[in-house]
Ligand binder design. Sequence first.
Ligand code: ATP
Ligand code: MG
Length: 205
Amino acid sequence: AERPAGEAARRRLGVMGGTFDPVHHGHLVAASEVQARFHLDEVVFVPTGQPWQKTGRAVSAAEDRYLMTVIATASNPRFSVSRVDIDRGGVTYTIDTLSDLHAQYPDDELFFITGADALEQILSWHRVDELFDLAHFIGVTRPGYELDDTHVPRGAISLIQVPAMAISSTDCRARVAANLPVWYLVPDGVVQYITKRSLYRNPDA
Ligand code: ATP
Ligand code: MG
């Protein structure tokens, strides 16, 4: 209603960042729920860059994580995958992801979708106002979760509750290493890709 006559509506673009090692149905349900509830035109999944140093566990190769994310999202016309963080390389910072996507889609309104755990890390960042200038933040939580949003500007964050929150990539990797099935936790094509590439067989690799 505030829009000047004749001006096109801004496209609403969801941004779902993650390691996606592997992508699972928790990610997909969350993205689908936010897409519908916030009337997003598209949700772009953005696999993180490859860390230079090993900080703890070795993350799977960026191309494997990228391809699994493509396989998982290919059938949904509203889902896509971006290589910005993979092509930049190194550790991914949300400010860089959002700056690059803003440069690529200057007319789009950005909605950054993140789980409550990742949201708390982001909110502890000292230049958080720069993030809120670039995107609206949507925190995906499990029922009953309370966010400490004392220092958050009004309207900068929305919280929504989604089903399937119990699935994690950590658990999927542990299941593969223990020879337990990951069918129905990740899309069928991702199960097949994990087998084809022998991912997660050796937890210390
Ligand atoms: P890991 O166990 O390795 O930390 P993960 O399952 O948390 O992996 P990430 O790639 O780290 O997956 O998560 C990407 C984004 O998706 C983060 O914002 C995270 O909070 C969110 N997320 C992870 N699991 C779920 C889930 N089951 N439901 C909704 N959101 C999720
Ligand atoms: Mg995580």
